[in-house]
Every structure is written in structure tokens, then in C-alpha cells.
Write a protein that binds this ligand. Structure first.
Ligand code: BGC
Length: 758
């Protein structure tokens, strides 16, 4: 519908109708205005399946929803590093929404994994904003290609569940831009989600829902977002302020009380009716975009989508460790141990919880093989070793050639609504793994969990497979990997630290009551572990394959560029093994010398390539200013410091294969403001400035000035230079033989600033 037509409809609406349009009619629908032909529009969770509730609605996955298909959760889909696959998953969900009459699916969820403890990490993508934003972009592209909207969430800085409705995320502006906003930015700019969901929490003292800076100045004015912003369910606490800040739709609703506040505010002149009209127009625009593009042919083919879920899962399973034990031979005697072999843990709790129409376990998958035994090993209802189950498992392991233990985190350990209190698996499972590994040298652990766990048994087992929360088809996909029908190709989109205490947010997570300070700043995930040169359990970007890849010929189309230009980077990758496979080629950028504190390196490109044995392909990336820049709070913009950068191509953040140095020249000068406190060292960096300032400095500033004296021998030229480096411009007033006054210093400072302003 044209903007003109929408304006006409808005003009016909009463004040009351407009106010009510700005909140839900019920838990999942927007308001209808029959006399004007405005239909109710349904939204549903999201993000990794359709949680459509026909009956009683709730936002925590408590009440029944329709039978649907559960895809792997965000933790896994990000690990695929496969944009095409995420797009296809989005298309499938878009089709399901069309078939079910759902206009907007509530996802993707892109919040940064600041701590492994966040209860909702399973839904989120990564500790790295580039990965999060690229994954989200692909998903959005897929869903919206079916004329169904997405709601990228939860905007902004919602990185813990503890006190999520009242906590205040206190973050520096640079970290917000480089890490937390960046997770949304690329996806919003490139893929234009139809809607954005604002989070519950405050950001630096202001609720996300009433944050004009982020909802309007950043989201709309800077990024060009043109859809509607909806609140997370119950995130509104000051309706009129929220509307003014840019929050269009309140969900679910306040039962009309907030609508009355809007009406009253317009009547009293507190709120301009124009603001209300704009919000209504934004909502109608999306309502009609969906209505006018309904696909009456769409079908929700659950069995077909189950197969799609399996394909997605195959690429989300990360092979963390393999000492020659995998792939398994179908002829060997194998013991499947652990409850999750029979009833996999494949999704997390809360609003994303899908009522799966079927679930395939690993045991279902091997039922016809005849050589696979099963022992339950543990019960996940309580963390207590069941001696009988343990003994049976050890017996089964002894008799087999290989033991595969299906372990992980029970439902009670991770869910929306609360955070984990530690990073351990249940003790009973750790004990089971250790005891089985004692009797069976060929032990493999398959993990079902939504975020990192500590692995005290890491050196006792030969294989570790991270299945994440792999959706309802996970059992089949795990077997595909275990038996080598599919070559693993996923990589960790997050670091697995050795222990929780290593995590950079550890000292400050979960804050003091509502105050949550993000004191680690930009040093989130590998940005921290790399800078601190810390050992980790498994690094960001890590994931093994059944084949090997060789990198060569890292090259660029130019060795040097201005920051207004772009640079093409290519690298050849060869499959040097005997199995076809896919490699995720990662490109990191490192600023070699910088006046601002920066991470050692940051991921700025990734591509997944499929290679037959012996085959070579060239992978190409295009880097622009942003790949080299940091966010300058001073100029409120991204900035590149002129100088050398290393481009690093690798198979993980700790497996860099090739490095090439390039230079980037900045076209933006950040004006330097001189004061009487500016150091002589900083002045010296600019020869023209030094020409002006050196008149203040006498030769004997740091010594007797007496050549050949004992003092001048004790202080070498280098020492003199080093000491004077941190002397402020006002220093010569007190030191040295020249008679310099503060007035002289100020004159020099003024001249320097005049020079700087050009
Ligand atoms: C969650 C959202 C979800 C909404 C609706 C909220 O509790 O935070 O992610 O989309 O409920 O179920």
C-alpha cells in the first residue's frame, strides 16, 4: 500500500482508534478496525520454529502451541557459518508463517554472548558482532523473501536474564557501537527487517523502550530502519514517553489503560498527534505489506521441514576433538550411553519453545544397525549419580569397541528467564564420562547444550562433538556426523574458556542488583582471550573436519588504500584430504600500531566453501573502511588510524595460516586540541607543531647543559628524549634556564591550535 493511501486511512481514524492501534488486541494480534478495512495481524515466536498459539497466549512457552518444526537454535545455526543455509531456513519459516497466517516471526535474536552464563545464550548467535549480524541478515533475508516480517531482537544490550525487566546495562559508547549495536547494525542496514523488538532493560539509565537515542537517532536516522518497533512482551512502563522515543507498538497490551494515557496526552497537548500518526502509519504499513502479499498456496509441510531441520543440524554440529576415533564404522560394536541418545535435549525453555511434531533421536537412527547397544547412564531430573545406571553404562562400554556418550545440560540448567550460576555440567554426567573413559579408550562425547561448559574430562576422551541444541532432527544429524555420512563443517561462534573465571565479564556479571557494568568494554570473547594470551579450552572459530585444508596465496588487489576505498582480499584453499568437505575461511584484521586500545585482531570476513578431494577454490572478501576502523567517541563516528594492518586468513582464531600486511590511509583528521598540559612528546609527533613549540624549551631542561659534565654523561640523549616526552608544555615555566611564563606557553598553545584548525 502506498504511503499516500496509508496517510489517508490514518486521517480517517479517531484518536481512540489510533491509540489502540499502538498496542496489541490480545497476546499475539494487532488491533483491527473493521470500518476502515484494517485487519488484525498475527505475530508469533520465533526464532527457530513457529510457536503459534491458537488458544491461550503466554510469553514463556507454557501453554500449548500448534505442532510445528523445531530447527536448531541460534547457538547452532551461527556455528554453521553458512549464510545460504540460514537463508534457506528463513525461507522455510517464512513459508510456514504464510501457511499459518502469521505476519511477523519474532526473531532473529542477536544479543551478544557476553558471558557463558546468560540463560538465553542458546537462542543467541555469537560473542562476535560480525557473526551475529551476518547470521541475522541471512535469516531475515530468507523469511522476508516470503513476504513475512521478522523482528530482530532484543534491542539493545540485553545480555543476561537476571533482572532482565529492570536491569541497567551500563556500557561505554565505544563498546556499544563496536560490540552491542554492531550485532544489529549490519542486518538492519542490509536486510531491512520489517520490525525491531526493543528489550526490557535499561541502557545507561534509560529503558530501551523509552530510549530516543537508540530507537530513533541510531535505528532510524543513522541506519535507515523504516518498519515498526514493538516492545518485548511487557517492556513498556511509560507509554507516552516510549511513543515519543520511537516505540510504535506495545505488546501484548495494557488492557487499554496505556491507550487512554496516549489519548489523554494528545488532548492535553503533551504529545503531538503527529507522533501518534507516524507510529500508526508504520504499523499499518507492515500490516498491509503482509496482507497484500498473502500466499494462499503456502503449505506447512511438517515432514519436509523436518528434513530441512536435519540438513541445517548437519552443519551446526562442531567437531571439537578427534584423535582418530571418528568417523565410526557401522560394523563396529558401539555402545550409545546417556539419556540424550534416546531423548535428545534439542531446544531451550521459554518463548522459543516449539511443540515439535516429531523428534528423531540418535538411537532411533541406528535402530536397524543391530550392533549398537544402549545404556541410559544418568537421569537428568536430579544431579545425583544413579549407581545402577552408572554400572550398566560402564559394562556396556567395556563390551563395545567404541563408547559414545550423549551428555549435556538438562532443561533446568539453561532457559529464558534465569541465568546459569556456573559453567559446569551436572556432576553425575562428568562422573559417568570419567568412569566410562577409564574402561573404554575409544570414548566419544556428544554434547547437547546451548552454551559452553567446562570439560574436566577433555584429555580422557578421544572425540568431542558439540551438537548444541540441534532441533528436532538432531539425532539423525548427529549420526550423520558420527558415521561420516556428513563431513563436519561447523565452527564455534564463541570461545569455550577453560573455566568460567577466565571469562572477561566474570568479575561484573550479573551486576549489583539492577546495576550491570560492562567493565570489560570491547574485550568480549576472543577479543579478551587473545589480548591476554590466555589458553582456552576451544577457541573462537574452531571446528575440525574429516579432511584437511591448505591455505595459500593470500593476496590483495592493492597494498595500500584510502579509507574511502575498498580492498579485495583473496586466498586459495585446497582440500588436501580424501573426503569432500566444507571449510569456513576466516579473515581477521589486526591494527599493528594504534594510539587507541584495540583487540589483537577482529573477524571481518568469513566464507564457507565446499571442496572435493584435491580441489582448490579461491575465496574472496571485500573490505571497506569499517573493517579497519574503531569507533571514535570524540568524533562520534568510525575512524581508521593511518598505518599498517595485518590481514590474517585462518581456520580458527588460533589457527591463522597466512598473514599479509597492508596500509590504510585515513582521509579524516581528528583535530588535536592542544592545552598547556599537552606533552612535549605529543607535540613532537607533528614536526610543524614542534617548530612552534620548541622555542619554549631550553637545552638544559633535563641536565646542566654543560657538555662533558658528570650530569650530561649520566643522561644520554635517548634518556633525555624519553623524559621530556611526558613533560607538559607548561613544564619549562618551572624547569630549564629559559625564562618562560605561562603567558608564553598559552601563546604557543593558541598558535598550535590555530595550526591544527588549518
Ligand atoms: C521474550 C521475547 C518473545 C516474547 C513473546 C518475551 O518474554 O523475551 O523474545 O518474543 O516474550 O513470546
Amino acid at each position: 500500500m502506498t504511503a499516500e493511501k496509508i496517510r489517508e486511512i490514518v486521517a480517517k481514524m479517531t484518536l481512540e482508534e489510533k491509540a489502540s492501534m499502538c498496542s496489541g488486541a490480545d497476546f499475539w494480534h494487532t488491533e483491527a478496525v473493521e470500518r476502515l478495512g484494517i485487519p488484525a495481524s498475527m505475530v508469533s515466536d520465533g526464532p527457530h520454529g513457529l510457536r503459534k498459539q491458537d488458544q491461550e497466549g503466554d510469553h514463556l512457552g507454557v501453554n500449548e502451541s500448534i505442532k510445528a518444526v523445531c530447527f536448531p537454535a541460534g547457538c547452532g545455526t551461527a556455528a554453521s557459518f553458512n549464510r545460504e543455509l540460514l537463508q534457506q531456513m528463513g525461507e522455510t519459516l517464512g513459508e510456514e508463517c504464510q501457511a499459518e497466517g502469521v505476519s511477523v516471526i519474532l526473531g532473529p535474536a542477536v544479543n551478544i554472548k557476553r558471558s557463558p552464563l546468560c540463560g538465553r545464550n542458546f537462542e543467541y548467535y555469537s560473542e562476535d558482532p560480525f557473526v551475529a549480524s551476518e547470521a541475522a541478515g541471512a535469516f531475515i533475508h530468507g523469511v522476508q523473501s516470503k513476504n513475512v516480517g521478522t523482528s530482530i531482537k532484543h534491542f539493545l544490550a540485553n545480555n543476561q536474564e537476571t533482572r532482565r525487566m529492570s536491569s541497567d546495562s551500563r556500557i561505554g559508547e565505544r563498546s556499544l557501537h563496536e560490540i552491542y549495536l554492531a550485532a544489529f547494525e549490519g542486518a538492519v542496514k542490509k536486510e531491512k527487517p520489517w520490525t525491531v523488538m526493543c528489550s526490557y532493560n535499561k541502557i545507561n539509565g534509560t529503558y530501551a523502550a523509552e530510549n530516543h537515542k537508540y530507537l530513533t537517532e541510531v535505528l532510524r536516522d543513522e541506519w535507515g530502519f523504516d518498519g515498526y518497533v514493538m516492545s518485548d512482551w511487557g517492556a513498556v512502563n511509560s507509554r507516552v514517553k516510549d511513543l515519543q522515543a520511537g516505540l510504535d507498538l506495545e505488546m501484548p497490551s495494557s488492557g487499554g489503560s496505556n491507550d487512554k494515557l496516549i489519548v489523554g496526552a494528545v488532548q492535553s497537548g503533551e504529545l503531538s498527534e503527529k507522533v501518534l500518526d507516524i507510529a500508526v502509519a508504520r504499523i499499518l504499513n507492515i500490516v498491509f505489506r503482509y496482507e497484500e502479499n498473502r500466499n494462499s498456496e503456502a503449505v506447512f509441510d511438517r515432514d519436509k521441514d523436518h528434513e530441512m531441520a536435519r540438513r541445517v543440524a548437519q552443519e551446526t554440529i562442531v567437531l571439537l576433538k578427534n584423535e582418530g576415533v571418528l568417523p565410526l564404522s557401522e560394523r563396529d560394536e558401539i555402545a550409545f550411553i546417556g539419556k540424550y541418545a534416546k531423548t535428545p535435549r534439542y531446544q531451550g525453555g521459554g518463548s522459543s519453545h516449539i511443540n515439535s511434531h516429531k523428534i528423531t533421536s540418535a538411537l532411533d537412527e541406528v535402530k536397524d544397525m543391530g550392533n549398537v547397544t544402549y545404556a541410559q547412564g544418568f537421569d537428568d531430573k536430579e544431579d545425583k549419580t544413579d549407581e545402577t545406571l552408572l554400572a550398566e553404562a560402564v559394562e556396556a562400554a567395556k563390551k563395545a569397541k567404541v563408547a559414545v556418550i550423549f551428555a549435556g545440560l538438562p532443561d533446568a540448567f539453561e532457559s529464558e528467564g534465569f541465568d546459569r550460576s556456573h559453567m559446569r555440567m551436572p556432576d553425575c554426567q562428568n562422573e559417568l564420562i570419567a568412569k566410562v573413559a577409564e574402561v573404554q579408550p575409544n570414548t566419544v562425547v556428544v554434547l547437547h547444550n546451548g552454551s559452553p561448559v567446562e570439560m574436566p574430562w577433555v584429555n580422557q576422551v578421544k572425540g568431542i562433538v558439540e551438537a548444541y541444541l540441534g532441533g528436532q532432527a538432531v539425532g539423525g544429524a548427529v549420526c550423520d556426523i558420527l558415521f561420516g555420512k556428513v563431513n563436519p563443517s561447523a565452527k564455534l561462534p564463541e570461545t569455550f574458556p577453560l573455566k568460567l573465571e577466565d571469562n572477561p565479564s566474570y568479575l561484573f556479571y550479573i551486576g549489583e542488583r539492577d546495576k550491570v557494568e560492562y567493565r570489560e568494554g570491547i574485550f568480549v570473547g576472543y577479543r579478551y582471550y587473545d589480548k591476554k594470551k590466555m589458553d582456552v579450552l576451544f577457541p573462537f572459530g574452531h571446528g575440525l573436519s574429516y579432511t584437511t585444508f591448505e591455505y595459500s596465496n593470500l593476496r590483495t588487489d592493492k597494498d595500500s588504500m584510502k579509507d574511502t576505498d575498498t580492498m579485495e582480499v583473496s586466498v586459495d584453499v585446497k582440500n588436501t584430504g580424501e573426503t569432500a568437505g566444507k571449510e569456513v575461511v576466516q579473515l581477521y584484521v589486526a591494527d599493528k600500531e594504534s594510539t587507541v586500545i584495540r583487540p589483537v585482531k577482529e573477524l571481518k570476513g568469513f566464507e564457507k566453501v565446499e571442496l572435493a578431494p584435491g580441489e582448490t577454490k579461491t575465496v574472496t572478501f571485500r573490505l571497506d573502511k569499517r573493517a579497519f576502523a574503531y569507533y571514535s567517541v570524540k568524533i562520534q563516528d568510525w575512524h581508521v588510524e593511518t598505518g599498517a594492518f595485518d590481514l590474517m586468513a585462518g581456520s580458527s582464531s588460533r589457527d591463522i595460516r597466512l598473514t599479509k600486511e597492508v596500509t590504510v590511509e585515513s582521509t579524516v583528521k581528528i583535530p588535536f586540541v592542544y592545552t598547556t598540559d599537552t606533552t612535549l612528546g605529543d607535540v613532537r609527533k607533528d614536526p610543524r607543531a614542534w617548530e612552534i613549540a620548541k622555542s619554549l624549551v631550553s637545552d638544559d631542561l633535563f641536565g646542566s647543559g654543560d657538555a662533558g659534565s658528570a650530569a650530561s654523561e649520566a643522561i644520554t640523549d635517548e634518556m633525555n628524549e624519553a623524559m621530556s616526552r611526558y613533560m607538559p608544555l607548561r613544564g619549562p615555566v618551572s624547569f630549564g634556564s629559559k625564562r618562560v611564563t605561562m603567558g608564553d606557553v598559552q601563546t604557543v598553545v593558541d598558535k598550535l591550535n590555530a595550526l591544527e584548525e588549518g
